[in-house]
Design a protein around this ligand. Structure first.
Ligand SMILES: C[S@@+](CC[C@H](N)C(=O)[O-])C[C@H]1O[C@@H](n2cnc3c(N)ncnc32)[C@H](O)[C@@H]1O
Length: 341
């Protein structure tokens, strides 16, 4: 990531230093903590705390009456262990509406948490749960789908899953975002893969949440450039564009990311933080039906939203709960330290 210093005139702040600070500084956001970057540890106002707490109680109650007891539930973070199509079906019988769904499903590439399907079966299965997500999403809600590549026998080795799935649900595709990252597998007979895609879907193309100011990139090369006496650049920074640069959660001796849990396909918190900020507001409900280590849940709760996660494997559920509890402790420590200074 390129590090660009921002010369500023003192009368004007292009951004607050905490705003997307890892993008600004081009560094690992987890320098200070293994659990979450400071942006996800900020205290909320008393009013927001109360709103979250009362909405959480009613959401939890409604879920319990249709989905049964959760695997874990605390402070706005609700996790169910089970098959996502079954749980989505039950969710559709509740009175709850999802504001934002964020997910990365199995890619059908033989990972330890996958059941291998033919390409057609895989497309049909994805189309089923994407349609179920559409059904439970609020009229102005969004769905962000992260996908990589798979082999289509006799046709292609690294076929973008987005080519296969983009129109296989009733959602409206607003755009595709390229997520590029530095580290990854090295290949000898083709180019080393260094990107995945996010498909940004909405339900209603006339009305949807998009908080551009919440995700502006302060890494502006010429922040003081003027046109007709007016600054050209928004004082909060520039639109972060449809190419995002966030390091992947790496594994391995001496190169393992600090936020790495035992899950083999974890989202970096930075990338989900941006999606949550862009496409939802405080106290809204965020769903991840393939929750894994619950990165989306950490970002959601850290930003004052409620989280519903579905995950099939018990060991990932346990790992996610352990991660969430560490995150809650870290938040408490962060408040205490903040109030001491
Ligand atoms: C790509 S991983 C998601 C990782 C997650 N984004 C994170 O940050 O940790 C996909 C997850 O889906 C889970 N999974 C696979 N089939 C499932 C199913 N039918 N229902 C629910 N979860 C499932 C896997 O166990 C795996 O944890």
């Amino acid at each position: 990531m390129q590090k660009v210093s921002i010369p500023e005139d003192s009368s004007r702040k292009i951004s607050s230093p905490s705003h997307n600070s890892y993008v600004l500084e081009g560094v690992d956001p987890h320098q200070t903590t293994q659990v979450a970057p400071p942006a996800l540890l900020q205290p909320f106002s008393e009013e927001l705390e109360q709103n979250i707490s009362s909405r959480y109680k009613s959401v939890e109650e409604e879920l319990k009456s249709h989905l049964g007891e959760p695997f874990y539930s605390d402070s706005g973070f609700i996790l169910y262990q089970g098959d996502s199509t079954l749980l989505l079906d039950r969710l559709s019988n509740t009175n709850l509406e999802i504001d934002l769904a964020i997910t990365s499903p199995p890619y059908n590439i033989g990972k330890e948490y996958e059941q291998t399907l033919s390409v057609d079966e895989y497309i049909n299965w994805c189309s089923l749960w994407m349609s179920q997500i559409h059904q439970v999403t609020k009229a102005n809600g969004s769905f962000w789908l992260n996908v990589g590549y798979l082999e289509v026998p006799n046709k292609g080795l690294c076929v973008p899953i987005s080519y296969l799935l983009w129109d296989k649900s009733p959602f409206y595709l607003l755009q595709e975002v390229v997520w590029k990252y530095g580290a990854g597998v090295s290949t000898k007979y083709r180019l080393s893969p260094r990107n995945e895609k996010w498909l940004f879907y909405i339900k209603n193309n006339k009305k949807y949440t998009f908080n551009l100011d919440g995700i502006r990139d302060p890494n502006v090369k010429y922040p003081n450039q003027k046109k007709h006496g007016k600054y050209r650049c928004n004082p909060l920074g520039k639109n972060p564009s449809d190419v995002w640069d966030f390091p992947k959660v790496t594994t391995g001796e001496k190169r393992s990311s600090k936020e790495r849990t035992g899950h083999p396909a974890q989202f970096p918190l930075g990338v989900v933080e941006r999606v949550v900020k862009a496409s939802s507001n405080p106290v809204e409900i965020i769903l991840d039906p393939f929750a894994g280590s619950c990165s989306a849940g950490i970002a959601a709760v850290g930003l004052g939203r409620l989280f519903i996660g579905f995950e099939l494997k018990q060991d990932y559920c346990e790992l996610a709960v352990d991660r969430f509890q560490k995150f809650q402790k870290e938040r408490t420590n962060f408040y205490i330290q903040g109030s001491l200074f």
